[in-house]
Design a protein around this ligand. Sequence first.
Ligand code: ATP
Ligand code: MN
Length: 538
Amino acid sequence: MSLLLPANVSAYIEKLNFNTNNIYYQLSPEDLHHITIEKGMGKEASSGALAVNTGEFTGRSPMDRFIVKDDMTKDKVWWGNINIPFESDKFDALYDKVIAYLNKKELYVRDSYACADPDYKLNIRIINEYPWSNMFAHNMFLRPTEEELEEFDPEWTVVNAPGFMADPKVDGTRQHNFAILNFSRKIALIGGTGYTGEIKKGIFSALNFILPVYRNTLPMHCSANVGESGDTAIFFGLSGTGKTTLSTDPNRRLIGDDEHGWTPDNTVFNFEGGCYAKVIDLSKNKEPEIYGAIKKGAILENVVMDDNRIVDFSDTSITQNTRVSYPIHHIENIQQPSIGKNVKNIFFLTADAFGVLPPISKLTPAQAAYHFISGYTAKVAGTEAGVVEPQPSFSACFGAPFMPLHPAKYAEMLSKKMKESGVDVWLVNTGWTGGPYGVGTRMKLKYTRAMISAALSGELGLYNYEKYHIHSVFGVAQPRECPGVPTKVLSPRATWNDDEAYYRTAFKLTNAFRENFKKFEEHASEEIRRGGPQRYAF
Ligand code: ATP
Ligand code: MN
């Protein structure tokens, strides 16, 4: 291990006002693993993976995510409570304070890049206070070759200071933690939180601005994989709906599990070089690929281990959001480089805790646009006894917290792409069946996988209308049969055994859809508006 910085890196770091005496540059994941353990910041799990606790924050903090409002962004960003403006002067002052803080620490600097398509390569220099955060950057971003490092010219910088606490009154933040994007200075400044997801989602948010504005490329919060015949499938969905789980399919090559771009040449490329999987209730049996990826080189976050350092994946005592990050090559069947052509199928994943949406249905182009703008999933009720009412949750483009532009911009681009490529679009409910949360059960992963395989192989008999039923409330085409899935499971109403209760709950959901869509109505054509649910009450 050496403190010697290559001259180009050192000059750059000095320009950023860092003092260069305490910097570990481009350490291997092995070194970072060991340093983390030596410093008492982590432990090695029995699988060989590094296990860390991220501290106060075990998830992102969307209310503390800001964008600097200046000439570059003021007329382009969709300002509001998702994209919260931050003053340029305040940023400069806070940045200086963070650097002064970091200058008293040992730092870990790493050069990486985002975007697997060489035409889009975005070089990133990441500066971390903690060794394990730097290892996360190694796992999640793309890794330059030795040769590429020699003439590495960073474009964006991520400054990550989990131990720095802002003073909201002076610094202009909401509270002590913050994640701020500055497009003019090309800096993502993160402080007061050790949650690693802020690092990857910071760069994701930056690309979600850069690609549509300057490259006519659609950024997507989705996973993607490619089949034997070279057909690409993409899976949109909010957190917990199954992007990572369902794209990790032993029969298809994984492109990526979370962030992709769709180019004017109709290719889909991964922004990242790794995956960030939820591990709550992970089982070797049901998800062997992800289970197997948890080995030396992977980082487990906020899991609980016993005395033999065996992880209890069912333990939620630190958080429900336990995670593992690993470089994509920890999965066996991957597409290299992470680029797919020929997009044939799009899946919108939703975890409907009302249990009323069909487990799989086919959408018309107007319905697809409607559901993309709506971005529906549901949050299950808290764990308090007796509370069984799910909450609908809408997030435009299935990723509003990461989208700096107005959702209509992304929706327009997707509609255009869907038309050009003639894709089939499916709505998949990975949530509840047989009743709402508290009464019914989560759809079996085995069934969801079978439905997706049948959609991908064409077995759902798409063009034979007799094999479909148009849902009387949602208007979507629900297949009557699917190989590997009991017929009854395909009809949510049938699984409830109580028609009245089913329709009452379905209307509760359609009303929530209608209420949410109001804010987008002026941007949506008549056709798209008619893509919504068909009925709202008895
Ligand atoms: P994020 O954006 O936060 O990364 P994600 O969309 O990638 O979220 P996953 O990590 O795939 O979501 O989480 C889905 C979770 O739901 C997993 O823990 C998975 O085991 C569980 N699950 C249970 N039943 C199903 C199902 N039928 N389909 C998909 N996932 C299921
Ligand atoms: Mn995921």
